[in-house]
Design a protein around this ligand. Sequence first.
Ligand code: NAD
Length: 515
Amino acid sequence: MASVEQQGAEAAAVAQGAVTAIPVVNPATGEVVATVPRAGADEVREIVERARRVQPGWEALGFQERGRILLRAQKWVIDQRERIIDAIVSETGKTYEDALAAEVAYAAHALGFWARSAPRYLADERVRSSSMLVKGRRLAVRWRPLGVVGVIGPWNYPLTNSFGDCIPALAAGNAVVLKPSEITPLTSLVMRECMEACGLPPDVFAVATGAADTGRAVVDEVDMVMFTGSTRTGRQVAIRAAERLIPCSLELGGKDPMIVLRDADLERAANVAVFYAMQNGGQTCIAVERVYVEAPVHDEFVAKVRDKVVALRQGPSGGPGTAEVGAVTFPPQLDVIERQVADAIAKGARVLVGGRRREGSGMFFEPTVIDDATQEMAVMTEETFGPTLPIMKVRDAEEAIRLANDSIYGLGGSVFTKDLARGEAIARRLRSGAVCVNDAAINYVALELPMGGAKQSGLGQRHGAGGIRKYCEPQTIVVSRGFPRRDMHMFPYTARGTKRVVAVLKLLYGRGRRR
Ligand code: NAD
């Protein structure tokens, strides 16, 4: 069993490319649970070439046949849920329920959603034009799959944020090469088995395990990149994609604010704050990462939050119902959390609950509540990605809005008030991809809603029409039924013809009226 320091050193060696096979460690126990190969650039090129060869056949199958395979996979995910949960829990150290509710349930829903919605979102569009010049022609836009899509995923949701983004790409008719995080590759390998068992033609979906160098090789070969991970890496991916002139979609970091107004239902606000700060050990891009509470209700809100966090059980998953808060999955993350908490204390914050890494085996940081936080503290501005809930008292809603927007990130956010109209008005003033009133993060489960980041939280969206159209290129088709008798594009130019054009332009646009 590896110590926390050894696990940190191993993760660093993997990230730096110093090892050829990658050990997968259960962060809750320190045990090495598997070893996976590290795909080099040549191997990635071969995987992408094979995918490119089979993609036209997959596209030609059509929506119905592709959807049938995705629906078979949906059943497989439910039938094999315990196996999938085992894989997720063993490589992330998260709790059984976090794996079930936020990963298995998501994948099962998404497989059905995209199987049924792809034909609708990608149907040919008939277009009517206001231009006289195309009168009598049939105008259409069709969504053509891009070819081979590279999906690169993070470690916090090895099913939802890795395989999950492959589903719409496959439904659209692309082949997909998935590069999961080197910390959590096992779930993706289970899903490869799933797709094979459900009749997906060979090589249409491939998994290339490896670290940053494997990710770079994927970006170098594919026709489009769907990346989920840190803002720092996302920027590198975007630069390389720009050099290759291929599209990329980026789902990056966050620092989601929660605003609690004086008229809020405090019990509900405290429940949501604690759940979305601690669920998945706080390692969620749209976790509640900071709270601004109006002064008159600050003390009562903090007391409720403290009582709820004290009651949480933390530890390695022992199956259903055994713990609420799991491990810190990525070894260096423990240092980040510890540094931010120490910085907050040094700048005058009070730790009400937790505040330390747990002694003993496994990588755990105690569920932590921090009060008297201020915007000068790293815990209020940098992504923490841990089970921490920093709370700041504010004068009024205006101060809360200003501080909520004072961030390089803009992924999600939430506002708590009984005045729904005011809550929505405040939501519209937050520069975030999504804002919930009297809820947090719940937008993620409605796959019809676009989900993506403003500012440095990303480019593009997953979910909704845009979440599948991004895996396609629009192709415009114009069909002329025959040449009109007098075609305006015919040479030679004549003074008489030109005069007629000017007369038509005056008639159409020269009156300054709306047509
Ligand atoms: P990361 O950026 O370190 O790594 C993400 C993936 O990129 C890994 O698979 C990694 O191997 C690969 N990679 C690293 N360097 C690369 C390069 N130069 N080219 C191509 N691939 C490369 O992120 P992480 O630590 O795994 O994930 C945590 C981050 O992900 C957090 O910031 C979190 O907010 C973010 N995240 C965002 C969302 C979202 O939907 N916005 C969802 C989940 C996680």
